[in-house]
Design a protein around this ligand. Structure first.
Ligand SMILES: *[C@@H]1O[C@H](CO)[C@@H](O)[C@H](O)[C@H]1NC(C)=O
Length: 438
């Protein structure tokens, strides 16, 4: 679609435009106008006056043009292009840049554009409530993306037959980089992790010199050499050549390589507390930080200033306290109790963040954790040695409802009891979004 830039975009589909479009869609004859020429014939509001109808076609609402792909040669036209681990794309940064040049509506805003990626196994869950939990976990991510205008891809195909379980994400991330040249950041999030602060937006300005952001603690990685010094289940990866190369190096330790068994030994020798004799992606990432620090370390940001991957066990019992904190602030700041369209949620998120800062922020414990990760709970298989069913499922239900309440408030409802998904109340005018007025 033709863009005039800024807010004054023309309104295209007047009566004549609709008629043409219908003709084009239904005509059995081969010499049809192209989509582009139909759009060129579209009528601007000045020409069409009162007959103009709102523009409902072409753009996706973020000002990008999804109907435009010029014939100019890009990397997609290269028969040697691959989407798979084992054959990295070369000159990826230039190729991405070139593509963006031909797709200017995507180039605007590409700087920190985020693309969320998550996945589950291709087959049904063994745990009878596993598929239900997966659905709710996915809904949680969709909600977050819709609120912030992010795209999301939910994969449930094994893109490499040998890279299963925790290794499966690497080929998915690799393919997504090529499928989404418009995205600067791939936001990988494990299926068993959920967004528990719908307001939070990643601070990408802080990562301008980095290409990979993971939750972790440098002393646990570099001094303790602990395999749990970071969590590889949630990360931001920049869509660039460095990442292309990094994924290759990381995948070297995976089950698709002849050295897989050897890597288990190497990882166990390198890390102080790895006892499970199988090479895993998280140990592999820490191994690269320890042994190839000069090569990769500079571009990897170990994040612990907010909860990028919070361990659920330490979080689920704090929800009530956190709810009280937010309720107290909502009570103080009248604007926060104002009803509003979901689309403008980011404004209210900023008002809330400002109120926290005024209170003397910095104390993250009072705020919602961005991500609560149910590591070890395995909702799909239901196998979680070391944790009881109750701990996992009650914790998960609480966390899902805690997150969902942040979504439901814009639809006029709240679940007063986090442990009962069936409980629901309408939110009266002027009330805070939480279970009771404090
Ligand atoms: C959950 O809430 C529903 C609706 O309010 C109620 O009927 C039901 O008894 C509650 N269940 C439990 C276990 O409290």
């Amino acid at each position: 679609m033709v863009k005039t830039g800024g807010r004054g975009k023309p309104i295209f589909i007047g009566g004549a435009g609709v008629a043409l479009l219908m003709l084009w869609t239904f005509s059995p004859f081969p010499s049809l106008p192209t989509t582009l020429s139909v759009r060129r014939m579209a009528i601007s509001p000045e020409q069409d006056g009162a007959a103009a109808m709102p523009d409902c076609a072409g753009e996706d609402g973020h000002g990008v043009n999804m109907g435009h792909d010029p014939a100019d040669h890009t990397f997609y036209d290269d028969p040697d292009l691959t989407y798979t681990v084992g054959s990295p794309v070369k000159n990826w940064d230039e190729k991405r840049k070139e593509w963006l040049k031909h797709h200017p509506s995507f180039a605007a805003g590409a700087e920190n554009r985020l693309f969320m990626l998550t996945a589950t196994q291709p087959w049904p869950c063994k745990n009878p409530i596993g598929d239900h939990l997966n659905l709710r976990l996915f809904k949680n991510k969709v909600d977050y993306c819709r609120i912030h205008g992010y795209d999301i891809f939910y994969n449930n195909a094994l893109l490499h037959p040998k890279m299963k379980s925790y290794w499966a994400k690497i080929p998915v991330v690799r393919a997504t980089m090529v499928a989404h040249p418009e995205a600067e950041w791939i936001f990988w999030i494990d299926s068993d992790a959920m967004i528990t602060d719908m307001d939070f937006k990643p601070p990408f300005e802080k990562y301008k010199d980095h290409n990979l952001v993971v939750d972790g603690w440098p002393n646990l990685i570099y001094e303790k050499k602990s395999w749990v010094g970071l969590n590889a289940g949630v990360f931001f990866l920049r869509n660039c050549q460095w990442s292309m190369n990094f994924l290759e190096a990381w995948a070297e330790m995976g089950p698709q390589t002849p050295n897989y068994e050897n890597w288990a030994k190497i990882q166990m020798e390198t890390l102080s507390d790895k006892t499970y004799p199988v090479s895993d992606d998280q140990s592999g990432l820490i191994y690269l930080l320890l042994k190839e620090k000069e090569k990769w370390g500079d571009k990897i940001y170990i994040e612990n200033q907010y909860t990028l991957s919070g361990y659920w066990g330490g979080i689920v019992n704090s929800f009530d306290k956190i709810i009280d904190n937010y309720a107290r602030i909502e009570k103080k700041v009248v604007e926060l109790r104002r009803r509003h369209a979901e689309k403008v949620s980011e404004h209210y998120a900023e008002v809330m963040a400002e109120a926290f800062r005024k209170e003397g922020g910095g104390d993250r414990a009072r705020m919602r954790p961005f991500i609560t990760h149910f590591t070890g709970c395995q909702p799909c298989s239901g196998e979680h040695p070391g944790y009881s069913d109750d701990a996992c499922w009650i914790g998960m239900e609480k966390a899902l409802n805690f997150a969902d309440n942040q979504v439901l408030r814009n639809y006029g409802f709240v679940r007063p009891n986090l442990q009962n998904s069936s409980s629901l109340c309408p939110l009266p005018y002027g009330f805070s979004s939480y279970k009771k007025e404090k």
